[in-house]
Design a protein. Sequence first.
Length: 702
Amino acid sequence: MKTIHYLILTCVIAVFSACKGQNKETEPMEQTPLFTNELIHETSPYLLQHAHNPVNWYPWGEKALQKAKEENKLVIISIGYAACHWCHVMEKESFEDVAVAKYMNDHFVCIKVDREERPDVDQVYMTAAQLLTGSGGWPLNALALSNGKPFFAGTYFPKENWLEMLRYFVEMQNKTPQALIDQAQKVTEGVKNAENVSFVEESAIASISDLNSIFKKWEPRIDFDKGGRHSAPKFPMPANWEYLLQYHQLTDNSKALKAVTATLDNMAFGGIYDQLGGGFSRYSTDEDWLVPHFEKMLYDNAQLVSLYSHAYQLTKNPIYKTVVYETLDFIEKELTAPGGGFYSSLDADSEGEEGKYYVWTAEELTAILGQEAPLFSDYYNSTTNGNWEDKKNILFRKSSDKAIATKYKISLETLESKIKESSAKLLNARTKRVKPRLDDKILTAWNGLMLKGYIDAYRAFNEPAFLNKAIKNANFLARETITDSNEIMRNYKNNKATIHGLLDDYAFTISAFIDLYQATFNEKWLYKAKEVNDYAVTHFYDTKSGMFFYTHNNHSNLIARKMEVADNVIPSSNSEMARNLFFLGLYFDNANYTQKSKQMLTNVQQDVHNNIQYYSNWGRLEMLFIKQPFEIAVVGPNFENVRKTFDKKYLPNAIFLGGKTEGTLALLEGKLTKEETVIYVCQNKSCQRPTTDVGEALKQLQ
């Protein structure tokens, strides 16, 4: 990775620190909008939320930048998303204020970006913010020249600070414009060089010993009591725990499993989990998973369904099964579109207040539950004074069912019945509240993650409804977001897709289709995964570095063509593509795929070993190279039941293939036996003695 030295605008920081003015409440908008801007033609709910601001917003595109050039104006690029609480706050304080809007309109061309629709744009300006300030977040507000090159970027600004900062740069443009040009050039060079990956010649060979060293370095940062890491806020970070599950399976390290179960147990009992309606909020603001940032994102819940399903396969903890079923029930009720796609998120706010939809006062609980309120309140730790702010309670658990049942001298069955009945009453009451706003755009990448979630849940619990949902979504993606040429479109709204796909759209769709093949043995999904993968290699792959760019070569018109390498709350698109190439290399015996995957891992292997928390999806790939996966072929009339028997186990080091017939895969050639379902366990192009017994096959995996 490369960094640059850049000019710090100390005078701007001084201006900010001197601003201590009070924020004034903004007048509510009229029923009939007084203002309408260019965003009215967009489909993104986030952009449409700003369509009646007095700010003359433009969507991202050449029209806005050309206007800035013609009028010799600077550009404001304001980036957020529909479920972002502080985005709403800044809109109310500044973007709905007529005086603030007038100053913005007079001196700038103003661009609004939905970061979920255009993460490529967000990636560029977030990198600028991190270079300039050392941190980032949303709302993200960047100032740029008319060519899009940024010279300043920050996050949330109170109104007076926002105006002071804008005035400062307008004055700079009038008096010393070359200083802005020089600063923008330095920042742009930094953006181009940040997170660049070089081709590494050496082919590093890792071992179990290396994995043990990685865990030893990570271990002090793990909170084995409360789960997650030793700090707040706490994000779920599913890829971290998927890595440790796989590491535990490979090494039998009990501490690794403890790190996972402590995290999953505490999240399932915490306020980050919606104890009434299912599903997880984006993160917890505290170390105890108690107080969430209340927005619910599709991508979090998708990955957590997969994680809890895998953990159930390993531990058989019934709480994990409950979490999966309740979360998918939430997805079905709140985030599922009629055609089989999945919506993006639910807002944190309702009626202008964060979390209002989800919290309860003691008086409300008593009014709704009557004599059952004390038991329910004890079960979910609700008090008269509240466990949060303003005497409000977030429902969360601390004690086991057995402990509560013993305390109240009732059976576990009676306790379960009472809590279930009370929860239903509260849930019914909650539905009468003003619901958080739904972001109903459908994003291909996030749908790929949710598709994987349904597949993993089906395989863990053998629930046919989960597979039906998965197949419906896969057909939706194939029909509505993948063109005849195998190009993927990113978004779907109002029966059309309008944005060219980015690498994560390809990566997670390919991955989901590979998994859907393993759950069904329907070859069309595996071949579609291969076709989309080949398209991505043609249009995203960089032969110089051996990595993938985030943007399509025909649709890359930003100031920098970036790569997404480090894993975060979602695995990086490069790490997922490397895993896809690895698995497709096995299925199709394609050495070119395997070599590309190995080179990608080699390029980042030092980062994997030094900072596994942000390279955990890469780490999962490294383990597959350390111990080559088993290829489990199941061929014959009873293939489905045999495959389901395997799925009761957590087997991250195995891929599955087969069907009623041999199909068309070379790996299955010659494996069909008449009227008998046969299991072949193979590894490194060598198969063990075929068997008809799953138990015997499982022994061959040792």
